[in-house]
Design a protein around this ligand. Sequence first.
Ligand code: S3P
Length: 196
Amino acid sequence: MAEPAQDSGSWTPDSYSDAIRELPAQVRDRPLALVGFMGIGKTTVGGELSHRLGWPLLDTDSEVETRSNMTIREIFDWFGEPRFRELEHEVIAAEAAQRRRILSLGGGAFMQDANRELLLARCTVVYLAAPWSHMARSVQRLKNTRPMLRGRSPAELEELFTLRHPFYDQAHVRVSVPGRWPAEVASRALALVGLS
Ligand code: S3P
């Protein structure tokens, strides 16, 4: 395991600070994939990274919608979550095999073993992290648009978040979001992976 960057703090499973777990080889050529909970800002930060690196931004949710000609909500309502996960996996398998692009992943994608293994093997994976205290309000705002949030109580939402953190935390690099503008998050991500 690589040593943490000097000012990044150590990697601990219950922390949301900047940290490097392990950098893969050929970071300059691999896709850079952003993981993290709904509402953390993956697509916004992805846009910044795309602009800075000149790599195209690919949002897996948008790609699933384009390929299926349905909204995420329609896919969940008509066919259920398992079908959505299949479509999401197809997009990830295709995109992780490419070079030099930014992948903004749906918040549940990294929970699936096959996706996680593929992404860690082929991409540089960055976890955009924040504690629940930071996420709770933005998640409330997404309740009408994200099928995974519908009908869940605040305690159940926190439970989902807590369940997912250890999966996200298998990313190569973790970047702390609270108190930073998206451009700053992007700068930190680039510095930690060695692309700045
Ligand atoms: C999901 C997150 C969503 C979308 C789908 C399921 C999840 O993406 O993929 O609604 O399981 O966390 P965002 O993280 O972009 O909201």
